[in-house]
Design a protein around this ligand. Structure first.
Ligand SMILES: [Zn+2]
Ligand SMILES: [Zn+2]
Length: 204
């Protein structure tokens, strides 16, 4: 593993987390997050969720595509409509948000977030009710910069914008972020012990 450079200050210049909202939807604003090749709709704030660290993911948007180049995968994904029926957190009772239509929210956001490239392909459905049948998936190009995506700390699993402080989490490469100097210490000791047992929030 290459050693990423460590900034001396935990807060890079502040960039806005992009919020997806549309006058056509009654949903509260959502945000977009990426962990490597997986994309997620997320809550941009804790919104009084009882267990905000484990409930900020609203739904997954895609199955990771390892055939794409790194460069392409950083701004494109195949929106698989069945992914949103996968429950990310078994203890999550915020089922009312399953009514959100990700494709409409992405394309109809008042702030431009994404567009369809026009490419369509078939992928297996992730919905157990579909019995493995193939469904149409739409390639999406994300047009917001990486700094507009909501970040999770890889080490303590906290999310940005959880409280009053709006400090952005610092990048450590490969979609891994750290929230504070304590978590940076954890990261450093993990690297020096060359342990493989890194706890990753995204992968559960
Ligand atoms: Zn942390
Ligand atoms: Zn921390």
């Amino acid at each position: 593993m290459s050693q990423p450079s460590t900034p001396t200050s935990p807060s890079a210049p502040q960039a806005e987390i992009i919020q997806l909202c549309s006058r056509h939807f009654t949903s509260i604003p959502l945000s977009l997050s990426r962990f490597q090749r997986r994309w997620f709709l997320t809550f941009p704030r804790a919104y009084g969720l009882p267990d905000p660290d484990s409930q900020r993911i609203v739904c997954a948007l895609n199955s990771p595509d390892y055939s794409a180049t790194d460069q392409h995968a950083r701004s494109h994904f195949w929106l698989n409509p069945s992914c949103r029926s996968q429950r990310y957190n078994p203890s999550d009772s915020t089922t009312k948000y399953s009514a959100v239509s990700p494709i409409h929210l992405l394309l109809d956001s008042d702030y431009p977030v994404a567009r369809l490239t026009g490419r369509i392909r078939a992928e297996p459905s992730n919905d157990p009710h579909d019995g493995g049948k193939r469904i149409a998936c739409y390639e999406v190009e994300v047009v917001t910069p990486d700094s507009g995506l909501l970040r999770q700390c890889y080490y303590c699993l906290s999310w940005e914008a959880a409280g009053k402080a709006d400090t952005r989490f610092s990048p450590s490469g490969n979609d891994i972020y750290w929230c504070c100097s304590v978590c940076l210490c954890v990261r450093t000791s993990i690297l020096s012990n060359s342990s493989d047992s890194v706890r990753g929030g995204w992968l559960g």
